[in-house]
Ligand binder design. Structure first.
Ligand code: GLV
Length: 320
């Protein structure tokens, strides 16, 4: 019997999977995560950790858990886990790809539509009693249908966004280090742009789908924003630190951007005060994967990975 620490709350359909694990292992739970007293009380015997992305699993956590065998992150991004430290200690790290792809692509598209067509701004205006009636010149946004869409990172979620873009008659291009096979590009209706600046200068809207690493931190900074088209839209459903929020606020206030849609932030749950003050940015509280079947599937996958590692089997979705 191993000790498994489960941080945070799980969506209710995943409780059944947790009961299965609890039949064989000691399960310790605390909403307070790795900062909680319950976690501190079991570090010496802990063999598995199930955590959401808000738990930082750094070198200090690894040092406190000498028997740790697996960290099951309930997220596809693993920037909250020190992967080098895990490698050095031989700890397996798993994530939850695939199960959240379509849900996250939906939110990216939702933010693209809301930001381009000023839907959140319009909602606020109506509620505040500020709508004086239809006018041909009132609250005009920028088109989504027929526009050019730049996808930064054509992984699983980027591809799902490309499929949606096709349905909207958009022209999609992507950038990433490795070009996809041409047959796949044709099937997705995308063209490759080798460098980010070229994509930014071309696209009416840009959506970010790359992981957060030391190389991609502030991928979108003052220079990149200045290189975007006048009236462009930026969407970020990946990780907040990909974008320099202070620079984004300037680009939204003074141009060239028309609007932005953000689901992720540099220092969640804090949002840059200058962004909060701007009407032309739609802000959602990290909801990319937030629907019941997706969140349940993420938690179930994480628990299955733990079950497998503890049983000496290969996990389904190993990162390290
Ligand atoms: C959510 O942000 C995830 O990485 O799964």
């Amino acid at each position: 019997m191993a000790t498994v620490f489960v941080s945070g709350s799980l969506p209710s359909p995943a409780e059944a999977a947790l009961s299965v694990l609890a039949a064989e292992h000691e399960v310790v739970r605390d909403e307070g995560g790795v900062g909680s007293a319950r976690f501190a009380a079991c570090v010496d015997r802990l063999e598995a950790l199930v955590v959401p992305l808000t738990d930082r699993i750094d070198g200090a956590v690894f040092s406190r858990t000498p028997r740790l065998r697996v960290v099951a992150n309930i997220a596809v991004g693993v920037d909250n886990v020190d992967l080098d430290a895990a490698r050095a200690r031989g700890v397996v790290v798993t994530n939850t790809p695939d199960v959240l792809t379509e849900a996250t692509a939906d939110v990216a598209f939702g933010l693209l539509l809301a930001a381009s067509r000023r839907l959140a701004e319009g909602d606020r205006l109506v509620r505040a009693g500020g709508w004086s009636g239809f006018s041909l010149t009132f609250m005009l946004g920028v088109p989504v249908h027929g526009a050019s869409l730049g996808i930064v990172g054509l992984g699983r979620i980027g591809k799902a966004v490309a499929r949606r873009a096709r349905g909207f008659g958009m022209h999609a291009s992507y950038t990433q280090r490795t070009r996809l096979p041409e047959s796949l590009e044709r099937a997705l209706g995308v063209t490759w742009v080798p460098e980010l600046p070229g994509l930014l200068a071309w696209a009416d809207a840009v959506t970010l789908h790359c992981p957060l690493t030391e190389q991609t931190r502030h991928l979108i900074g003052p220079r990149e924003l200045a290189g975007m088209r006048p009236g462009a839209i930026l969407v970020n459903t990946a990780r907040g630190p990909l974008v320099d929020e202070a620079a984004l606020a300037v680009a939204l206030r003074d141009g060239p951007l028309a609007a932005a849609g953000l689901d992720v932030f540099e220092d969640e749950p804090r949002v840059h005060p200058e962004l909060l003050a701007l009407p032309n940015v739609v802000l959602s509280p990290h909801l990319g994967s937030a629907e019941v079947p997706t969140r349940a599937a993420m938690a179930e996958l994480a628990l299955e990975n733990v079950r497998r590692v503890l049983a000496g089997e290969p996990p389904l979705t190993r990162v390290v």
